[in-house]
Design a protein around this ligand. Structure first.
Ligand code: IPM
Ligand code: MN
Length: 351
């Protein structure tokens, strides 16, 4: 297969982890006879520095004319403590999601056999965890009208959803559940929020089209608790943008490190594949960041092209690296820690 992949390394550790995903993908291409044309483009603080904009038009053109986007991380501390900043790196990611029509963010949480004791949660609680969040990504409070009034003394962020937005996400949730454990949990706050009542009503009306799927409705606060108590009771969870953002960070610690979990953002022809972690500014340039989440995001990218074997080859290499203790400092636990690039080299050599 001939693949054009837009490569958006972004900020902080983004370029370092992206380099490893490129090495591993190139090894896959060699082994399985594919041709990958990497198309680098600017985004985030790096793009603000270069052209004053976190998602420049040229970057969008490169993404929109590629088969997929592989993304590193976005964000820089110099913007975090400056509430008055007009342009922020994160706006680049939001704009990209919206312009590429990526309304469904697939965020799996699973455990690795050799890391069961690395999780802050007890082994017996997390063993067997294999759940997927489908987070709505282009609506809700992230994209509603926001502003100030009363001479700046009052601030507001509107949360808006249409039935169609809920439905298209829920369709993906039901379809995914059909390929897995046939359980779907709709996470909302329908006891308080009108948007949540629209979510619940929409999903309830769809249940009859998927009679095999067992549907449950749970409030987001309760899910936050149950996720760490009985994570292995969940299969597919669908939820709105902000709840999904928060719960997927929480869920990521189940696996043992935030540096392990990949994601895919889907909804149009072009998928976006990125680790769920951020730009980890303190680690920038130190060659200590865990590249596994980005490498596994590349696996999701191959699988999304229907290249299951290629995805599996990456997952197998990651599993054997973890089994052999070929890990970065976040997982070393006093043992030997390898550098980001050493882990990437090892994975590429073992494809
Ligand atoms: C994520 C991130 C983003 C989000 C930020 C960087 C805008 O936290 O992908 O989860 O909130 O969606
Ligand atoms: Mn987040």
């Amino acid at each position: 297969m001939k693949l054009n992949i837009a490569l958006l390394a972004g900020d902080g550790i983004g370029p370092e982890v992206i380099d490893q995903a490129v090495k591993v993908s190139d090894a896959i291409a060699k082994k399985f006879n594919h041709e990958i044309n990497w198309r680098p483009a600017l985004t985030g603080a790096a793009a603000i520095d270069a052209v004053g904009e976190p998602y420049p038009d040229e970057t969008h053109e490169i993404c929109a004319s590629s088969d997929a986007v592989l993304f590193g991380a976005i964000g820089h501390p110099r913007f975090d403590n400056d509430p008055s900043a007009k342009v922020r790196p994160e706006q680049g990611l939001l704009k990209m999601r919206k312009k590429l029509g990526l309304f469904a963010n697939v965020r799996p949480t699973f455990t690795f056999p050799s890391l069961l004791d690395k999780s802050p949660l007890k082994r017996e609680r997390i063993e067997g965890t294999d759940l997927v969040f489908l987070r709505e990504l282009t609506g809700g409070i992230y994209f509603g009208e926001k502003g100030r009034r009363d001479e700046g003394e009052t601030a507001f962020d509107n949360c808006v959803y249409t039935r169609d937005e809920v439905k298209r996400l829920a369709v993906k949730g039901f379809e995914l559940a059909m390929t897995r454990g046939k359980k779907l949990c709709c996470v909302d706050k329908a006891n308080v929020l009108e948007t949540s009542r629209l979510w619940r009503e929409t999903v309830q009306a769809m249940e009859k089209d998927y009679p095999e799927v067992e549907v449950s409705y749970e409030f987001v606060d309760a899910v936050a608790m149950r996720l760490v108590q009985w994570p292995n009771s969940y299969d597919v969870l669908i939820t709105e943008n902000l709840f999904g953002d928060i719960l997927t960070d929480e869920a990521s610690v189940i696996s043992g490190s935030m540096g392990l979990m990949p994601s895919a953002s889907l909804g149009s022809e072009i998928g976006l594949f990125e680790p769920i972690h951020g730009s980890y500014p303190q680690a920038t340039g130190l060659n200590i960041a865990n590249p596994m989440a980005t490498v596994l995001s590349a696996a999701m990218m191959f699988e999304n092209f229907g290249l299951q074997e290629e995805g599996k080859a990456i997952r197998d290499a990651v599993n054997s690296a973890l089994d052999k203790g070929m890990v970065t400092e976040d997982l070393a636990d006093g043992g030997k820690a390898y550098g980001t690039s050493e882990v990437g080299d090892w994975l590429a050599d073992n494809i």
